[in-house]
Design a protein around this ligand. Sequence first.
Ligand SMILES: [Zn+2]
Length: 427
Amino acid sequence: MIIRNTTVIKDYENVVNHVSVVIENDEIKDVDDYKIIDEKYKGHDIINGEHKWFMPGLVDCHTHTGQQLLKGKVLDAKPIIWTRIMLPFESTLTPEKMKFMAELSALKMIKSGTLGFIDAGSYFMEEACKVYEASGLIGRITASTMDDPTLPESIRTDSSEALKVLDDLYEKHSSEKIKIYYSLRALNNCSDDLIVKVFDHARERNTFVESHMNEYQQEIDGIVERSGKRPYVFLNELGVLSDKFIGAHSLLLSEEEEEIIKEKDIKICHCPFSNSGKAVADTPNLLKKDITIGFGTDGAAHGGLSLWNEIKIFRNIMNIYHGVPNRIYNVMPAEDLLKMASYNGYQLLDEKGGKIEKGYKANLIGINANTAALMPTGNVLHTLVESVNANDVSDMIVRGKFVMKDREVKTLDEEEILAKAKKYMNQ
Ligand SMILES: [Zn+2]
């Protein structure tokens, strides 16, 4: 198909007008002036791209499908919400609830322009895998993995049971668009034995490991008390770290830990809304070191699933914390923000996407620019950061196929999902 005569954000720095994008099978075959494409290609389906902006789809690098039903129940709550709210809720999940939460989550992601995601793991994830497979999204999914003997009985496991859940998920639910990542929920909930085995099993299968890392001071203190070392140093000395590790949050890092992350090419992910109650990361410095950083929402319980919100919050925090006191007027430029929300996310997904260029996977979203909020603009990249919201996303194409066209979702039954949501609302 050809998206004809549109505006394309090619690589986060270059915006080109009046071009057409040629998509064949699951890849981008050509991007050029629309008149040249008109001459060169015949017999393709033509999609009118006028008054739209096309860019690579966004990637949510850290979400919690299993916390969808906690939406609105966490804001203003007294810490620590993990033990008081999250854990008691997750210990009472059912397959039916998980299926519904995955449906709602997939619907919201599609409608917000989030084309790929990494889930941090919960229970009955096989139900989530089935929904996500049907949704057309690109997903990296895991199970909640812990062997803490003090956990509620319904979710208590030992290390071999926890590994079996991950191995089964990997065996049964890996597919073209859904891959299974291994995980540790957080180091504090996992024994040394489990940590080493999770990395071993992931390495044998050439897949990633993810974990919540360096999110709270108490969490870091716990690891220092247990091992005498900070979390990344502890993992490094266990000999398990590689470029296939994702440290979600990674807010409170020592210089030594930053060096380990850089040296091992570890990927990290900030969740700005959620992180605002915890700490401010030294992101300008991390980016200078060429560390790959993506954005995550941390699930619907932390400010919803729109990465457009996360981009805006993050820019403001960086400006007020790192920019203003140091008189740096552009401490987190639009180009970097968009790259983090998209291109970097594809590195965490291990997917060749994130640019609208020949040879890249056709993973893109369209923004309806024909609105008072977005037109006219002196700089499309700036307007994407400042003014675009989830509702402006009109189209989503994943691996060359429409998942949403002019806001109509093609893969899921939106009405049916919203009807189910109403039932939960009334409970
Ligand atoms: Zn999380």
